[in-house]
Design a protein around this ligand. Structure first.
Ligand SMILES: N[C@@H](CCC(=O)N[C@@H](CS)C(=O)NCC(=O)O)C(=O)O
Length: 235
């Protein structure tokens, strides 16, 4: 059995995990999970008890959730590709640091803005939350600009797992029109550079259900029923 990634749409943070799988050269399938309907349903609870995407089903039937765990799991299986690193090395520590920053400060900076977009709010309540949310996103961009100082990529000399995860979250700024990314040259250049990556184009095409050309070992999509069947058989 190959790996199966359960990815959330629209605009999910699973995006980086799709890109990482493409780069890994590992055989994998994808299972599309519509948010908020399917992700919060009873069936998907068999995959992810807290009702979130992404989740990764491993060939031995184990399920992993949480982006950091999933990205590190893909990295650990792709050390020969320079995607992951052995624990204890400087590269592993930097990758973990960047993923932790992105998964906490950067990701959470968008929480208030998502709340305003997904809930009916009183005008003053909304105004306060939008102002707070934009300030959080601005601060997170300032921090990232400093973390990127003198670097083209978050880690090393080429695109990697942290850049992939960054790309899936950074696009939320376009949706919320929170900050002018042009004011953060290093962040902006990284974001623009990543758009040229074939694996990033692939992940966009998958999300939008357009013709997607894999540069990796993508084996196709399966639906949730089929994935639950695989899980039962692996048990
Ligand atoms: N800490 C989790 C957060 C996952 C998360 O919040 N996923 C969102 C999509 S980006 C989700 O599934 N939300 C459920 C919903 O929208 O109902 C991770 O890093 O994987």
């Amino acid at each position: 059995m190959s790996l199966t990634l359960f990815y959330g749409v629209p605009e999910g943070c699973s995006f980086g995990s799709i890109v990482a799988l493409e780069w890994s050269g590992l055989p994998y399938r994808l299972c599309r999970v519509q948010m908020p309907e399917v992700v919060s349903g009873q069936d998907y609870r068999h995959i992810n008890v807290v009702g979130e995407t992404p989740s990764l089903l491993l060939p031995d039937g184990r399920l992993i959730s949480e982006s950091m765990a999933i990205l590190n799991c893909i990295g650990a299986r792709s050390i020969d590709k320079g995607l992951g690193f052995a624990q204890g090395t400087a590269e592993f520590d930097r990758l973990n640091q960047m993923l932790a920053y992105l998964n906490t400060s950067f990701f959470n900076a968008f929480s208030a803005l998502w709340h305003t977009a997904e809930h009916e709010l009183e005008p003053t309540e909304k105004q306060v939350l939008v102002a707070y949310g934009k300030a959080k996103v601005e601060k997170a961009h300032h921090m990232l600009e400093r973390l990127l100082a003198g670097r083209k990529w978050l880690l090393g000399d080429g695109p990697g797992i942290a850049d992939a995860y960054f790309t899936g979250i950074a696009r939320w700024n376009e949706f919320h029109k929170a900050v002018d990314i042009g004011l953060f040259p290093a962040v902006n250049e990284l974001y623009q550079r990543m758009q040229q990556e074939p694996a990033v184009r692939f992940a966009h095409a998958i999300e939008h259900q357009e013709k997607a050309e894999s540069i990796g070992r993508f084996l196709g999509e399966i639906d949730l029923d089929e994935a639950l069947g695989l899980l039962r058989r692996a048990a």
